[in-house]
Design a protein around this ligand. Structure first.
Ligand code: EPZ
Length: 444
């Protein structure tokens, strides 16, 4: 069954010092699959989603759809059949069971408003990497005609119906862009969304909606236009592969000096990453089946990274990549411009022997909302530094995978706890590590 492949209680002991080499296979992107599942709420017709990975958010959204009266079944390995014909309005009691687990449930607000003219607003979960508010989401739904009622913390939204509008996001938020698209496809009239995010996972959602009958265009200058239609039909869609996982394995190959073939990785989704990968001394070979990654020379070189929205260097790529930078000769700089607190993992790396200093200054030229606001959002990494094993508690998904790479790069044993957070985004982590020759002393 597609449920998150648990890494059990979450304690893992790894022994590092050996290159990781071999093959891993990507399935559908963690940041695409659950959103396309939410889109199935917009129709009473059956939807088929393919290339489905067993990650936590897929299981959470499957349970959410079922709790609303919908059907979700795995009709064959990696293929979900979803039918929302019998879905009921979302009750707060139902929502409470999902609060704090994931950021995805808030994306159901649009479909619930479109079908039932009402929706509670969930309190969210997701990785602790900053405040992660939802003001853009709520403001966009209000712009589309919804009214927010906030009675003693039990916020909910109502509307007569949703109407197209001109909306401008203060920041190209992925979630808020998805919120507008999912709400506007059945609205009356046209919606123009300016300063939208255009990540490949959003394009994937748009392609699934287009198959359903939606009329959505991605125009110049980050404007997405949605022409509301009276009804939508089912989809049969295969999700894009997970480019964030692909970059994580590439970083592992560079950091440990191995060679990893990532089956289903696509160059078109990773071009900015591939440029930086090559600049630090990595190399890669693209085939129709995937991409092989390895360290080109004996040593790695330092570089300067500024994270940004697509097509820039993704914020989710920086944590694994920094592990490779600890092994690079020279001084590297990372300016994190998407999240205000995404270097929390650095402290444990320094305990392992890394030399990373974080700063509140913007160490780069990308316009950033966090400069001089006391957010430690720039990092300087001095390398190469030999790493040694340590005891590490995992704070979030991408940092968690980074610690796995660091532990496998380090000499000696590392004990990682709370590794079940990694399952949120990395399907079959343990079998993949075994396939690459990782020395896993124990998992509990
Ligand atoms: C998505 O999160 C991804 N998660 C994140 O991946 C990814 O890092 C992020 O997009 C950026 O690419 C999923 O798709 C499930 P945002 P999302 O809205 O949509 C601020 C991973 O590891 N903001 O683009 O929540 C926000 O605080 C995860 O796979 C507001 O201020 O991200 C942040 O600073 C981590 N108000 C910035 O925008 C809002 O209403 C970008 O957030 C919404 C967002």
């Amino acid at each position: 069954m597609i449920a998150a492949t648990a890494v059990s209680t979450g304690r893992m002991i790894l022994r590092g010092g050996r290159p990781l080499s071999g093959e891993v296979t990507l399935r559908g992107a963690k940041n695409s699959l659950p959103k396309i599942m939410v889109a199935a709420l917009l129709t009473g017709e059956r939807c088929t989603l393919r290339n489905v990975a067993g990650v936590a958010d897929v299981a959470i959204v499957s349970d959410l759809i079922r709790s609303l009266g919908g059907e979700v079944a795995e009709v064959e390995p990696g293929v979900l059949s979803i039918c929302a014909a019998n879905v009921r309005p979302m009750e707060r009691a139902v929502l409470k069971t999902f609060s704090g687990k994931s950021r995805i449930p808030i994306l159901a607000c649009g479909p619930m408003l479109a079908r039932f003219r009402e929706s509670p607003v969930p309190s969210l979960g997701g990785c602790r990497i900053g405040t992660r508010p939802v003001d853009f989401h709520i403001r966009a739904l209000q712009d589309l005609g919804a009214t927010l009622h906030d009675e003693s913390g039990n916020a909910h939204l109502t509307c007569e119906r949703l109407y197209g509008n001109k909306i401008h996001l203060d920041y190209p938020s992925v979630g808020a862009t998805e919120q507008v698209i999912l709400a506007a496809v059945l609205a009356q009239g046209k919606t123009e969304l300016a300063n939208a995010a255009t990540e490949p996972e959003i394009m994937d959602l748009i392609m699934a909606l287009q198959k359903m009958g939606a009329i959505i265009s991605v125009d110049v200058d980050r404007v997405i236009t949605i022409e509301g239609v009276p009804e939508l039909h089912g989809y049969d869609h295969a999700a894009v592969p997970d480019r964030l996982e692909a970059a994580s394995w590439a970083s592992a190959a560079a950091a440990t000096g191995g060679r990893i073939f990532v089956r289903n990785a696509r160059q078109v989704d990773m071009m900015t990453f591939l440029n930086q990968f090559r600049k630090i001394g990595g190399d890669f070979a693209v085939t129709s089946d995937g991409i092989a990654f390895w360290r080109r020379e004996a040593g790695l070189h330092s570089t300067v990274i500024e994270t940004d929205v697509h097509p820039g260097f993704m914020t989710d790529w920086q944590q694994p990549f920094v592990i490779a930078l600890t092994q690079a000769s020279g001084v590297s700089i990372v300016h994190e411009t998407v999240y205000e607190e995404r270097f929390g993992y650095v402290e444990a790396l320094n305990r392992m022997g890394a030399q990373i200093q974080i700063y509140r200054e913007c160490l780069g030229r990308v316009p950033c909302r966090f400069g001089q606001r006391n957010y430690q959002h720039s990092a300087v990494i001095v390398g190469p530094t030999p790493l040694h094993g340590a005891e590490i508690n995992i704070p979030d998904l991408r940092a968690g995978f980074s610690y796995v790479i660091a532990a496998l790069t380090a000499e000696g044993e590392s004990t990682l706890t709370n590794t079940n957070l990694i399952q949120r985004g990395y399907e079959n982590l343990i079998p993949k590590l075994h396939a690459l020759g990782a020395e896993i002393v124990s998992t509990e």
